[in-house]
Design a protein around this ligand. Sequence first.
Ligand code: SF4
Ligand code: MG
Length: 328
Amino acid sequence: RLVKHFPITKGIVMQSQVGAVKAVDDVSFHINEGETLAVVGESGCGKSTTGRLIMRLIEPTSGSIEFDGTDITTLKGREMRMIRRQIQIIFQDPYASLNPRMTVGDIIAEPLEVHGIAHGKEKREKVEALLKVVGLSPWHMVRYPHEFSGGQRQRIGVARALAVNPKLIVCDEPVSALDVSIQAQVVNLLQDLQTQFGLAYMFIAHDLAVVKHIADRVAVMYLGKIVELADKKTLYDTPRHPYTQALLSAIPVPDPSVKTERMLLEGDVPSPINPPSGCRFHTRCPHAKERCKVEDPAFQDIGGGHQVACHFWNEIEVPKAVSAIKAG
Ligand code: SF4
Ligand code: MG
């Protein structure tokens, strides 16, 4: 497959205004054109913040965000609006992000107007086409968000994001609030749209089960840092970071003949205000040694684009239960 890099972030450091909370700390990754990069971690790990940084809804303390070869952190005015068109976002709770007093037609038409893409009859036709593309009907145009189910509302959010022909959509836990049966439908829709329009997704999720089908590559985040990043097969078959191993062991295995052993993590997620010294995971890691308390492990490439931040990645055995869970 022909790949083109969107070197999305280069050493992004985000320190939010509230005290010294390190929401995202020196995170670097790229997203290839037309691929899905899943970003997974517990709440508060900085994954949503990373999505918002890319959208430039918030500004980084330092670092740069490149899109198609341009550092978008320095763009203003018209140039920024051009980039805005190409990067869209869909949210976990579509209801909260859809104006309840606007009809669905107006909600989807709004970005077309804001960006001067279509007016009048042409705009109406475009809205109709977008509704069809996401599996809704043209007559839904005159309805209001509260008249739709959660899954349908997410389709409306997707139609609005698609209206401006983006290249990248940040999907911030787009199915977490939906019933499991509906989750699959929305994920399938997103996959179809990706093929149809060549979209790249940054798909944010809090567990590895949700992204098992949609991801091409997966980044696992813990307390504001990426601790492991690999293509999906590598990450699910041979996870090297103990935190990734724990997340994988939490996925129920459908095959009852496969014995799984849950790797339970002790303790709560520490506060990002005062993250643990050394390796931030050492307070919960079953493999932690003295060195982990004092030395922050480098995020190193261990071959084939598989990156991991653990001093002992090559000494820690990949648990059988984990390696039995194959990526779909
Ligand atoms: Fe665990 Fe140490 Fe590796 Fe951190 S560096 S993940 S504490 S073994
Ligand atoms: Mg979030």
